[in-house]
Design a protein. Structure first.
Length: 328
């Protein structure tokens, strides 16, 4: 979901070739949800194997990721750790939306409304522990590094970009800016070769808005984040005006004579003083072709020909370990 900043943040158009040779930290939850939502049958049913297990995410990881590697892009997946208890309300709301969407999806199917069914099916996507586990297994077989964050995956990915271990975060959520990502790229894993890549740079955003990162966070708190409801009637533009007039969230709240549902300092800490995993290794391994074929084709009914074509795109990984380490 993330903070609603689209009307304030302008992006630069980016081409795939601009990312050639660059390491990209992928917000795993964000990306996998894209796969679960978009890789479906015409009536909205997700891809499944003969045992009824969902495989849309595995298809996305294999085919989209191998295509990125073929283009010279070096992806790293970053998985969420323990979420803040403050996120429970947002997660509960999302579950309610998914349950209702699933009901409407089945209702539309019963009525033969295929397009309507797919619309609701996309909104019903859920990421179970099994989906996370199988995603990590496939990445390991592909030889692609993944990082397990202590907390929010977006925060960890943003930290890695700030440390210089990745060039940008690939995500659809502006929260990456709040977590301090110097650069983020939107639409990187969208299907097709005509993906509208957008580059957003934190310093340029702050310069255009004429505020600091701390004030950007305060603005987000007024608008609402995954961790708080925000102030009723305050959108991005009005929030920006308040922050620029009053300097910080406390004085802005005082001017409105309202209180937030959560102490602003606790919320600030989530974005400005997040707990990061600093002891990580970005080491590429040789692709386990036989392991992938066994996992995808034998266990999950993937087409062997399609899998082999995807594996051919991973040839950049089929080098000596010393040359792999030179990538980082």
């Amino acid at each position: 979901m993330g903070v609603k900043f689209r009307e304030l943040v302008s992006a630069e158009q980016l081409k795939f070739e601009d990312l050639d040779g660059k390491t990209v930290a992928l917000d795993a939850a964000n990306v996998i949800y894209q796969f679960l939502s978009s890789i479906r049958q015409p009536d909205g049913t997700p891809l499944k194997d003969r045992n009824g297990k969902i495989t849309s995410h595995l298809s996305g990881i294999l085919y989209r990721t191998s295509s990125l590697i073929e283009r010279g892009i070096k992806p790293i997946y970053v998985f969420d750790g323990q979420s803040s208890i403050l996120k429970s309300d947002t997660q509960s709301l999302r579950r309610e939306v998914k349950v209702e969407s699933e009901r409407k999806w089945k209702e539309a199917l019963d009525q033969g409304l295929i397009e309507e069914a797919r619309k609701y099916a996309v909104r019903s996507s859920r990421m179970s522990p099994e989906i996370v586990k199988s995603s990590k297994k496939l990445l390991k077989l592909m030889g692609i590094p993944y990082i397990q964050a202590k907390g929010e995956g977006e925060a960890q990915a943003s930290y890695m970009v700030a440390q210089g271990d990745a060039w940008c975060v690939a995500s659809q959520d502006y929260d990456c800016l709040l977590f301090g990502a110097p650069r983020m790229v939107k639409n990187l894993t969208i299907s097709g070769t005509l993906a509208n890549l957008e580059l957003i740079e934190l310093e340029k955003v702050l310069g255009k808005l004429e505020i600091t990162r701390e004030q950007l966070v305060d603005l987000a708190l007024l608008v609402g984040t995954d961790f708080n409801l925000g102030i009723k009637g305050i959108g991005a533009k009005k929030g920006l005006k308040l922050i620029k007039e009053h300097g910080d969230v406390y004085k802005a709240l005082e001017s409105l004579d309202v209180q937030m549902d959560v102490n602003p300092e606790i919320l600030r800490d989530i974005f400005l003083r997040h707990d990061f995993e600093s002891n990580y290794q970005l080491k590429w391994q040789e692709t386990d072709r036989d392991g992938i074929l066994a996992f995808l084709c034998e266990e999950h009914d993937f087409s062997e020909d399609r899998v082999l074509r995807a594996l051919d795109k991973l040839k950049k990984l089929q080098t000596t370990q010393s040359s792999l380490e030179q990538w980082f």
